[in-house]
Design a protein around this ligand. Structure first.
Ligand code: BDR
Ligand code: CA
Length: 314
């Protein structure tokens, strides 16, 4: 089986951590070429630390991890410690990582790697603000045809926002970057809040992660128990959404997801609705679709897949 080549662009974050672990636990299907870190949930020095912690947890200290943009393109960085804790990866006790970051800037590596690749051969999975990806596309537009697909976590339309009433966190932090990515012409699959809030963790599922009896299982249980307390307080219910792994799950089992090809634009002018993803669900603009907007998921299939691949990490 030909493995799909993937670059994960990330701001870990407990749910980013689960996305990375899901990808690394799926080595039959995915060849993760590297992780590119961006500032988002916490500043860049912490997202690069957290990415290294997670790769070491997965037994992959060989993974290439790059530091990218420390600030959004035009706006000041907004972080989300209220959700993810002071370190971004609160929950377990972590030892400081021993593995080193690569010297090259994430954007330079992304450009170099894509330019050397065949057309349509590398999939990007951005699960944080889109600053790195937009910077790469702006600086080297020739990379666009090399990208098979951008499968991103971001946005919200039917379910509104989670950082403001109108905007989802990843898009809000760098709306200018998101606008560039949605206008890039690269095929996009968007995993918005509309779908991630359709797959809520249950206490039993988090317990089953802990019951794996492995270090990965123990650490994930501790991360998820910390992380979901915020969503349970805010949204009620038994457990919170697990946003970022939706991107990797889509690569592994697209049949779990349903969406529609639509035109999406991003608000960059109004402070009231800054970072809102405006989805032309009913084709009112006549603009050709630029993204597949996912709205439905087989929740049991999703959580079963994540558990299976965490178990595969041993
Ligand atoms: C997104 O924002 C971050 O807090 C999460 O890691 C996820 O990528 C959800 O809105
Ligand atoms: Ca994230």
């Amino acid at each position: 089986m030909t493995k799909r080549q993937v670059i994960i662009d990330t701001d870990p974050g407990q749910d980013d951590a689960l996305a990375i672990l899901l990808a690394l636990g799926s080595s039959q299907e995915l060849d993760v070429l590297g992780l590119t870190c961006v500032a988002g949930n916490v500043p860049l020095d912490l997202t690069t630390r957290n990415a290294r912690i997670i790769c070491e947890l997965a037994g992959r200290p060989d993974m290439a991890i790059f530091a990218g943009c420390a600030e959004p393109l035009e706006r000041s960085l907004v972080t989300a410690e209220e959700v993810h804790g002071k370190t971004g990866l609160d929950g377990p006790d972590w030892a400081e990582p021993a593995m080193q970051l690569q010297d090259q800037h994430a954007v330079d590596w992304m450009i170099e790697t894509l330019l050397a690749a065949d057309d349509g051969s590398i999939t990007l999975c951005p699960v944080g603000p889109l600053t790195n990806v937009a910077t790469a596309l702006t600086r080297a537009p020739d990379i666009a045809p090399k990208i098979a697909e951008i499968v991103l976590m971001g946005g919200g339309y039917f379910k509104g926002g989670n950082i403001t009433p109108a905007a989802e966190f990843n898009i809000y932090v760098d709306p200018q970057a998101a606008k560039i990515v949605f206008a890039s012409g690269v095929p996009i699959v968007a995993m918005p809040l509309d779908v991630t809030h359709e797959a809520l963790m249950s206490k039993d599922w988090v317990a089953s992660v802990g019951a794996l009896g492995t270090d990965v299982g123990d650490k994930c249980q501790a991360m998820l128990s910390f992380y979901e307390r915020y969503d349970v307080e805010r949204y009620g219910g038994d457990g919170g959404p697990l946003h970022d792994p939706a991107t990797i799950a889509y690569l592994l089992k697209p049949e779990l997801y349903t969406g529609k090809k639509v035109f999406v634009d991003v608000e960059v002018d109004s402070e009231l609705t800054m970072g809102m993803t405006v989805v032309d669900w009913w084709g009112k603009t006549n603009n050709p679709p630029n993204a597949t907007w996912i709205t439905e998921v087989d929740s049991d299939g999703f959580f079963g897949l994540v558990l299976e691949r965490l178990a595969a990490l041993g």
